[in-house]
Design a protein around this ligand. Sequence first.
Ligand code: ADP
Ligand code: MG
Length: 579
Amino acid sequence: MNIDRRLFQLLKEERTPFLASISAGILASVMLIAQAYFLSRIINGAFIEKSGIEKLLIPLALFALFSLLRMALNWFSHTEANRGTLIIREKLFTRLIGTVAALGPLYTKSVQSGRLSTTLLKGVESLDAYYSQYIPQIFFALFTPLLIAGTILPRDPISGTILLFSAPLIPIFMIVIGKSASAMTEKQWKTMSRMSGYFLDVLQGLPTLKLFAQSQRQHNALEEAGETFRHATLRVLKIAFLSSLTLELVGTIGMAIIAVGIGLRLMTGEITFQLALFVLLLTPDFYLPLRQLGTKFHAGMEGVSASKEIFAILDQKAPARLQPAGFTMNESVGERPIHCNNVTYTYPGSQEPALENITITIPSGKTTAIIGPSGSGKSTLINLLLRFQEPDKGSITVDDKPIHAMPLDAWQKQISWVPQHPYLFNATLRENILLARPEASADEMAVALQKTGLTNLVSQLPQGLDTVLGEEGARLSGGEAQRVALARAFLKNAPLLVLDEPTSHTDPELEAMLRNSIQELMQGRTTIMIAHRLKSIRSSEQIIVVSQGKIAQCGTHDELLAAGGFYRDVLLLQQENAL
Ligand code: ADP
Ligand code: MG
């Protein structure tokens, strides 16, 4: 009943702890029956037969023994189920992170980050109830009542028959109610993940919204989203309560009928006191696992709903990467010229290609500037070189070997990337810089700091290098963040440098400083730079002008200036923007 196929597949892969848990749980039911038997014997002996304490000692000892055993088995059953769940959760989480990483920045940008993190964290967590409670309970609900009914039936056929006839009613009711409940839980889960995505969106854009006096409207929209969620949750709860009420009712009525039947037969002497007591003690435990299945079903449903989003992510096709098995990568591949041969790239869901038939050569050890109006495809070209995306047609080659056939990490090891808005983690400054090369020595760190002019900043921070930077590096200004990114590049010391030139022009002194650092970093490296400043453009050995996804012009500053045309327009435009 409602065992999701793929969730079950995961369970099968990790079946040992669950099998242990289920076996222990079923064995605990056997202990329960033994317990009931000895308890009924003790009471019968003490009150009906009025036998002395010495005759009751053995049953008392056995009763205590089985109680202890049952406790131990239950404990073991819980622990094993939790252990198995933890293994599955970790596995799933690793797979999810792996998939998201393989999908790359293109994917994470295309989904709401709040929604993604809800699925990643809360979604995986909500599988807890499914695996550690619901799945074992299915087995307990099947075996424990069977064991109890099997014990009672030969001794007291009337009670046994009542049990056997009332028991199927519970699962039948459950299925009927559960059908609508699972649809609602799914809806509730979707509402929640949509809401958290929306909430994060609004939170991140709060300053913008405030500026445009739109925060009240968002406030109302958020309130509405919260209201929808509340309604969805209450509907689910309503069903859950209704279902447990129904299940309780069936159980209670069954117990009442058995009790009345036993009472009548006790009066006529058709049944011994000890047997009557034994049956009465066991009856509640007959219904209990079935009723518990009802409650655990609702807890488990949340996991099933969440798993749909989890598997939706896992099903995303990572961009088809060529098998890197073809050849081993030359250590110095980053020091060779890079050729783009007829490279075409179209964003998924987009009609027009963002880049079309790009054929260029990026000479080694020199600087190539990429310029062009906004939206012309500069970032796309860089993303292809960094292998965040793969070309649809054509290839990018080094030494006649396509870079997309090289092992991804080996290729990315050859590249230092300095984006315009570098990402800083909520960690110490030291950790943020060492990201580039964790094994770097203190001296190398000092050099990197000095070359990027960060030494001064470090001395001003309260804990120096060990100051925590805050979320997204909140402690640092944009210019300082860029210097951290440059320090990373110095430490990484890769032969290939890809950089998106900073455009901030606020502080001339800082700008000169940054340019000097960049100049030094470019020494002897193959540099590909999205350039914004005339100075940087002019001093580049090769300038590529992109326009609407195509190469408009290519050459040195002087050549292009002499040729006139588009280059001049772009330069003029960029200088205007810069001023
Ligand atoms: P540039 O960096 O020169 O401003 P881009 O490389 O960012 O230009 O964009 C080139 C074209 O690709 C633009 O038309 C842009 O709208 C489109 N584009 C960029 N990123 C995406 C994306 N993630 N999904 C769809 N289209 C995109
Ligand atoms: Mg861009």
